[in-house]
Ligand binder design. Structure first.
Ligand code: PEP
Ligand code: MN
Length: 255
């Protein structure tokens, strides 16, 4: 599924309200996003944190797709919601915490939706690829893999973004490899450098968190880009994508 087009998936961590999602969607669409992200069902560390709007969030996502034309990427947490999520999602996200939830993987394997499978917090690349096989085994080969940072001994940031996963997974599989530059830094000023590094490493796309009012976000606000910054961000990323293509072409012709 590797393609020439660079996927730039952008949007808030969670769908919080109609206004929040539609405002963000309009601006990321204008800024060059290729898909809109937003969780209606959120896997939160604390059961007392905002858990997402559920079905109401899915309906807002459907409206955003109608309005902007952007395909929707949204997370499926629970096999009981597969039909409702598949109805709205163009791409079903399986989050890091569910990478080895085998019944959930088999269930999305039986849908005809694309799947974005995120690497587990402590998963090896081999385990990620084997998890993708649970989806493929059921007949769904439309899978994108996502590096989102792993747990290491380092405590200076939330997770260690493992950019070697990009060339390694591209060698191990034919699947598109997407990088999430938001969850590892956990703060917005480190999102651009990680995005540029991912593009330079040859990633097939990025999934980045963007919010219309990060200070008031109910989930992952500290790492969200301000939506007004998005067009400039997208342009900078695009420059590195192009430079990276040119540089790797010249490598081929030199060899
Ligand atoms: C997310 O994309 O908002 C998310 C919860 O990601 P992860 O599963 O990688 O933590
Ligand atoms: Mn998030």
């Amino acid at each position: 599924m590797r393609s020439e087009t660079f996927h730039l998936i952008a949007g808030p961590c969670a769908v919080e309200s109609r206004e929040q999602l539609l405002d963000t969607a309009d601006l990321v669409a204008a800024g060059g996003a290729t898909m809109l992200r937003g969780g209606a069902y959120k896997p939160r560390t604390s059961p007392y944190s905002f858990q997402g709007l559920g079905q109401a969030g899915l309906e807002i996502l459907a409206e955003a797709r109608e309005r902007t034309g952007l395909p929707i990427v949204t997370e499926l947490l629970d096999v009981r919601n597969v039909e409702a999520v598949a109805e709205v999602a163009d791409v079903i996200q399986i989050g890091a915490r569910n990478m080895q939830n085998y019944p959930l993987l088999s269930e999305v394997g039986r849908t005809d939706r694309k799947v974005l499978l995120k690497r587990g917090l402590s998963a090896t690349l081999e385990e990620l690829v084997m998890a993708s096989e649970y989806i493929r085994k059921e007949g769904n080969e439309r899978i994108m893999l996502c590096e989102r940072g792993i747990r290491t001994h380092e405590t200076a940031y939330r997770f260690t973004l493992d950019l070697l996963a990009v060339p390694a997974l591209q060698e191990m599989t034919e699947l598109a490899v997407i990088v999430d530059p938001s969850h590892a830094p956990g703060r917005s000023d480190w999102v651009l450098p990680m995005s540029l590094a991912a593009a330079a490493a040859g990633a097939d796309g990025l999934i980045v968190e963007v919010h219309n009012d990060p200070g008031e976000a109910l989930c992952d606000g500290a790492q969200a880009l301000e939506v007004e910054q998005f067009a400039d961000y997208a342009e900078r990323v695009q420059r590195v994508v192009e430079a990276s293509h040119l540089a790797s072409e010249s490598c081929v012709s030199l060899s």
